[in-house]
Design a binder for this molecule. Sequence first.
Ligand code: M6R
Length: 613
Amino acid sequence: MCGIVGVYLRQDACLPILVAGLRVLEYRGYDSVGVGVLQGPEVVVRKRAGRIEELEKALGQGDLSDASIGIGHSRWATHGAPTDDNAHPHTDVAGRVAVVHNGIIENYLEMRRELEEKGVVLSSETDTEIIAHLIAEELDCGVALDQAVHRALGRLQGYYALAVLIGGDRPQLVCARKGPPICVTATEQGAFLASDALALLPHGREIVFLEDGDVAVLAPASITVRDADGRVVERPARRIDWDAQASDKGGWPHYMLKEIHEQADVVGRCSKGRVNLARGAVELGGRGFTDHELRKIARVQFLACGTALHAALVGRYMLEGLAGIASDVDFASEFRYRQPVLSPQTLAIGVSQSGETADTLAALRLAKELGCSQLAICNSIGSSMVREADSSILIEAGPEIGVASTKAFIGMLVAVYLFAIRAGRARGVLSEKAARGRLEELHKVRPYVERLYGEDMSARVEGLARRHVKAKGFLFIGRGVNYPIALEGALKLKEISYKHAEGYPAGEMKHGPIAMIEPEMTTVVLASNDAVASKVRQNIEQVRARGGPVICVGSDAESMAVADEAVEVPEVGPWLSPLLNVIPLQLFSYFIARELGCDIDKPRNLAKSVTVE
Ligand code: M6R
């Protein structure tokens, strides 16, 4: 979704920094891009529909090279088509104020009418433009920019992260937050802001995340934050140790492939320091739950979207099986508009890579209002979910750039597994010995994960992808803990190859989907050697009896023997087969999408982090 960058340098040129920052944020998805800089006292805006290359053409040969203060934005259209006019920054009529904005202004039609009645001519269809005009109105009353921003924001309903630039004799750079994230860092050379900490890492590792209602004024070596009541406040800086290289492609053709190959490391990092094998214990640290609190949990309500929801579905099996806690999973977007009935003994677990997904965040807030305690299982250290939840477990996947989530999914599975063992021990469901056994199984998984994207396996899956790329459609089926993996396999394929794919619990096949089976429809079956293996075998037979080709992925030798083609996956403990089975499916989607020439890291219409509804 949209991205914001901003910089106030003591002397150097800001444009290269703005453009580099926008490049870092490209992975989030966008359809237009722009910058606003100060040239002397003048605000100069350049913006274009399309990619950053279009903007670079518009920037031409260095006429803005002496500007040292500026803001930049990559837009993912919500109000108005992706055109030059609708791209950010937006300015007021006099061109004194430039604004870039992430989020949605809900009362913008009303504000737009009010401005038009006063004779203001608006030049875009966006909700953002009105912010520039409202700030200008407040400035006309003679207040300072941060106060003008504060007052203008008081007239708005909705959610925003924004950066504001003002020209004139006293240039100023301000940012504000209510909802979507914005973070800042300062050095002797300058001050920097961005909607994503990744864009700040080249400038500093001590990052301050604004809280809702904050307005910050930036200047070289200085950041002054005021809270919603206008009081100057100190916001703690968090150190982000992510390797700057981690967001590079590092020689890989696509981020997705690189991230698939990082999954063994994610298993290691997510378990590191949390597993005490000698005591058969999991130590999660931070603001964790006490044994007493874990014993009081009557129910778990998972809330998530997309791939994170599939991890939550696996989590349900883990929490029920390992900790004896009844668990439900809901689409965050559905939960928030139901009238959910939850007792205060319910633990709401939000699962999210970004920690900023609007629906998951809103669902967790609703659970909080209903009196539930909340746990965030998340990849982003300073994210809203981590800051707002009672407790959090970081999945330690490192920056995930590919829109298709891969390594974060593995991290989520490991984190939920550890939490389930922790809760199982606290509740007396798992003995020390049993917990140790489960933890040893996790330890064994790591080399298997690595093997599954090794050369042999990649070549095998690539061959499968070539043979099946022309299929009319794909059905993914699985049972038990591998049913969510069928959903995940279908989602991965859909989102990066645009092939029609459906995920189903295998037992549901004969209640409808079996009608689709024909020679042009490929069925991918998850078949682990577990309690439901014989049932899955029956499903394979049913598909084959109707002429449908079957690819079997898993550890059940008998299933592999009856399938047309198979990808053998090592056998592991009952809750860990999803960690392995998903990897050939990720590779399968990748190779199909590559065969079809798709834009793998930036699939059409998708954004990495969905911060609006
Ligand atoms: O950041 P989150 O994990 O909350 O994101 C949730 C979904 O938007 C995300 O998993 C999406 O489905 C991915 N594109 C899947 O690959």
